[in-house]
Design a binder for this molecule. Structure first.
Ligand code: NAP
Length: 342
């Protein structure tokens, strides 16, 4: 490969794809040629990169000729079908979907944690982790290195942009509809025609339902923390009991975590470890009302951790609140960081 890369973005028009384009530009990734791919609906439209209009092409099996790195972000089905075409054409695929995350032959990477796993790419595919997992691990992994994490109990507060562009539109439409009607706070139900993406209204609500339910009552999303956490941290005994909640926030996920460690942990030691962690800001001064907020981390590369306290119900436990822009660290930024490592 030369220094300048031919990069393709599959799903360029999506919530994540748009951010991938922005990350490539902002981080001055050495792009020699850029191929933007999406569905037939978007083919022929243009997107801007470094001030130039690039025409979007329809994703087809032969769209990857000459591509060095293909960033996939168009859903698991598309990845399963088209990633093999990309690798057959000689590209390395960085896949943002869940299609390959638990494949033994595919490294699952958060560069700040396990960039070393990129040395071995038997399928020429790298998987990008689940967004809630990636954001949580940005704080949990440094603590694990210092104190040895045994298990976590966590609840997520997940933004609608985590579901994609249609969900962003849905929260906008529901909120506008209520505001337009000039009804009061005790009359916030919107008409069914505004409820399409989620099973219930998301505006003014909290849905304890992210992804589909498994037989044991957890959702697929909830089990990603344990399954993907084990793989990324190289920690097969890690346990996680998670409740994932969708909230009417446009951008950035927050996670309340209660973590139990092998070794004793103090607040001072935890703060020291977290302050030195890459890609993470410690914002933790409750007396000044300073703690991580979704609104403040939205659009930022770094995740933020705060509300640190010794857990009163766990042995060697720490409770904390971690927030991060899931379109960035949970998706586009992490994918571009992986591409940089490659
Ligand atoms: P999205 O906003 O719905 O975007 C979907 C993208 O896929 C669009 O560019 C769409 O193109 C394209 N697409 C759909 N059907 C296609 C087809 N048949 N052929 C080619 N392209 C097609 O979704 P998103 O939120 O960006 O998520 C994309 C992927 O990233 C998913 O696998 C998701 O699980 C994963 N992910 C998302 C996040 C997040 O925060 N959103 C975080 C981590 C991982 P058109 O515009 O032409 O329809």
């Amino acid at each position: 490969m030369s220094n300048l890369k031919h990069v393709a973005i599959v799903g360029a028009t999506g919530a994540v794809g748009v951010e991938m384009l922005r990350c490539l530009e902002q981080r001055a990734f050495p792009v020699g040629e850029l191929t933007l791919l999406a569905s037939a609906r978007s083919a022929g439209k243009t997107m801007k990169f470094k001030g130039q209009d690039i025409t979007i092409k329809e994703l087809t099996a032969d769209a990857f000729t000459g591509v060095d790195i293909a960033l996939f972000s168009a859903g698991g089905g598309i990845s399963k079908e088209f990633a093999p075409h990309a690798t057959a054409a000689g590209a390395i695929v960085v896949d943002n979907s869940s299609a390959f995350r638990m494949d033994d032959q595919v490294p699952l990477v958060v560069p700040e944690i396990n960039a070393g796993d990129l040395k071995n790419l038997p399928k020429n595919i790298v998987a990008n982790p689940n967004c809630t997992t990636a954001i949580t691990l940005m704080a949990l992994y440094p603590l694990h290195q210092a104190f040895g994490v045994k298990r976590v109990i966590a609840a997520s507060y997940q933004a609608v942009s985590g579901t994609g562009a249609q969900a962003i539109e849905e929260l906008e439409a529901q909120t506008r509809e209520w505001a337009r009607s000039e009804r009061k706070w005790d009359d916030v139900q919107v008409a069914n025609e505004f409820v399409k993406v989620y099973p219930h209204q998301i505006a003014f609500n909290a849905l304890p339902h992210v992804d589909s339910f498994l037989d044991d009552g957890y959702t697929k999303e909830e089990m990603k923390m344990e399954n993907e956490g084990r793989k990324i941290m190289h920690h097969p005994d890690f346990r996680a009991s998670v409740t994932c909640v969708r909230v009417p926030v446009f951008r950035a996920h927050s996670v309340a975590v209660n973590a139990e460690f092998e070794r004793p942990i103090s607040l001072e030691a935890a703060r020291e470890v977290l302050s030195a962690a890459p890609g993470l800001d410690v914002i933790d001064d409750p007396s000044l009302k300073q703690y991580p907020l979704a609104l403040n981390v939205a659009g930022k590369d770094n995740c933020a951790v705060g509300r640190l306290r010794i857990d009163c119900a766990l042995d060697n436990g720490l409770a904390f609140w971690v927030a991060g822009d899931q379109l960035l660290k949970g998706a586009a930024l992490n994918a571009v960081q992986i591409a940089e490592c490659l």
